[in-house]
Design a protein. Structure first.
Length: 116
């Protein structure tokens, strides 16, 4: 199912390559975010697949936030996903988008910022 959603979204948001690198990206709009309490998504320890939507990390999968819509099918169904980002807002936005797209509540998490 995720592959069909990704293909449909990629076609809908595709722009001519001559338009520059933005043809590979699509900003996630407010209407594409699940209405959830952010605190309900926060965890102190990653669980399952680590999804980085910011700076790449050694572990997990890296999909920049701007590419998440067109690369959605790269994420496995039925797996816990812990999202991390350079900014907490980015990770929360990605998690809310995944929930809106049908990923299971309770399986999409956001790593709480660790204090230094």
């Amino acid at each position: 199912m995720a592959r069909r959603v990704q293909d449909r979204d990629a076609a809908r948001h595709a722009v001519e390559p001559s338009a520059g690198p933005s043809y590979l990206t699509k900003e996630i709009s407010e209407h594409e975010l699940a209405d959830v309490e952010p605190d309900s998504l926060l965890v102190d320890t990653p669980r399952g697949l680590l999804l980085s939507v910011g700076t790449p990390r050694e572990e997990g999968v890296h999909i920049p936030l701007e590419e998440l819509i067109i690369r959605l099918a790269e994420l496995p169904d039925g797996t816990d996903i812990t999202v991390v980002g350079d900014a907490p807002e980015d990770a929360l936005r990605a998690a809310r988008f995944l929930l809106f797209r049908g990923f299971e509540p309770g399986r999409v998490l956001v790593l709480r910022e660790q204090s230094s």
